[in-house]
Each structure stands twice: as C-alpha cells, then as structure tokens.
Design a protein around this ligand. Sequence first.
Ligand code: SAM
Length: 281
Amino acid sequence: MKGCLYIVATPIGNLADLSQRALEVLRSVALVAAEDTRHSARLLQAYGITTPMLALHEHNEAQRGALLCERIESGERIALISDAGTPLISDPGYTLVREAHRRALAVVPVPGACAAVAALSAAGLPSDRFCFEGFLPAKSPARRQRLGELAAETRTLIFYEAPHRIEECLADLVAVWGEARPATLARELTKTFETIIQDSLGGLLQRVRTDPDQRKGEFVLVVQGGAERPVTSEEAAMDTLRVLLDYLPLKEAASAAARLTDLRKNRLYELGLQLQNRAEA
Ligand code: SAM
C-alpha cells in the first residue's frame, strides 16, 4: 500500500465545520499528528474517532517529521492537524511537508476552515488580491517598523492578532497608516459571539477602546491596501522633464524625473533627448 501525508483542516470554533472527508481521513489513517494532542483529543472524541495521536509542534517538528516520513515510506497513511483551522497557516507543519516533498512522498490537502480566508470572505474589502501577514511583531517598535515596510502595499492585508494586543496593534496601525483606511475586525468567527465590524482604522480603534467585549476572543484584522500610485503617462513625464531641463543637464534631469514619475531613467533620458532635438529643430 502507498503511504501519504494528509494535511487536514479542522474547525476554528464551530465543530460542524469539520468536513465529511476530513472525518473519513481522520478515522482511517494510522496516526494523527497534532500540534497539541490534549487539545485535539477533544475534537476527535466529539466525533468518536479513536485513531492514535502523536504530538508534532515547532520544538520537535524536525525530528518527529523525519520519523513520520519513514512511516509514510513504509506504507502508512498519516494525517496532520493543528489546534484549529488549516495546518501551516500560522501553525506548525512546514518542516514536515517540506521533508515529505524532499522524499517524494504524496502530500494530500483536505481543505476546510481557515480564519484568514473566512474573515476575508466576509470583510467587504477588495478580495481579488490580498496578502496574509499572519501575526505582526509583539512589541510596538518592531510592529511599527513592519507596518512602515508594508505602507505601500496596495493589496488587502490580513493579520492575526491576540486579544491582549488588539488595542495597541490598532493604535500602531493608526499611527503608521493613518485613521482613514477601511478595515474589518472579525472576532470569534463561527462561534457564539462572532462579530464582524467594518469601519475605518480610527473607528475600529475607538470601538475596541470603548467596548471591553471587543477585546475578548480571537481576532482577524483585514485592512484595505494603500492607494495605487497613478501611472505616469509619457506625456506627463515629458512635461516634468521640460521643466527640469530648464535647470539641469539631460542626465541629471532624467534621474530627477525617475524619482518623480514611475518611468525608468533610460526611457526618461530618451524622452529628454527627443525634447532637446525638437527644441533645436
Ligand atoms: N491555522 C489557523 C487558521 O487556519 O486560521 C490559525 C492558527 S493561529 C495560531 C491562531 C490565530 O488565528 C488566532 O490568534 C486568531 O488571530 C486567528 N483565529 C483562529 N480562529 C479564529 C476565530 N474563530 N475567529 C477569529 N480569529 C481566529
């Protein structure tokens, strides 16, 4: 029999979100590798699944991953789950999956809940392109620095955040990106106290500051990307160059124009030459 590694998504709150296929896989595999076996025992128990479990977390993943791969090579089917949602998404599993590929083993995803995708699907923000940033740094200076690096990102951004940091995280977002950006705070998704609030970053900060309930539970923060820089037409770039050429030699004018427009320096040099030739003709 051929072995394989299943990557099985489990619910992020509502137990009914475990798929029929996930159930069948978890029932039939030889072993379930779980981030926290005590935590996952409750899920397996709720479904009457008696498959043996083995702990696989960030501290033992390299060593246990090799062991699991050996068992798969000998023909066993093994499932990886995390505490909630999709393994590897801000959760362990990458080292194991990489090792499985290195050994040319079959890796089979069994998709299901993922807090990031669930939040994005209900956020009411552009979803055609997005980037998942996971958890921001825990300390404010490093967090602000990361937010500074992301300031020009035009795609919708998705963050995970812990309840004890949600307020200061929003405060840093407002400090670095301003109050106005539209954002959605998705709290306790699929659970009893699920709340999904769309507002500006400033509005969300206010809400979280004034309502203690909005600082409880699990959070995904979805933030609209920054505005696209308008693409400069060659015509507009030539207007810029015309002014600069009154004061600078061609090479310097092309360099300066490259900083003011999104055209490349070489192209601006050619356009500048054209302007100079026209002026001489
Ligand atoms: N692998 C998981 C997934 O697929 O979403 C994420 C695991 S990560 C360690 C845990 C974080 O995911 C939480 O701190 C929170 O930011 C987010 N999260 C998980 N469940 C959530 C829920 N029900 N509602 C909102 N956010 C949730």
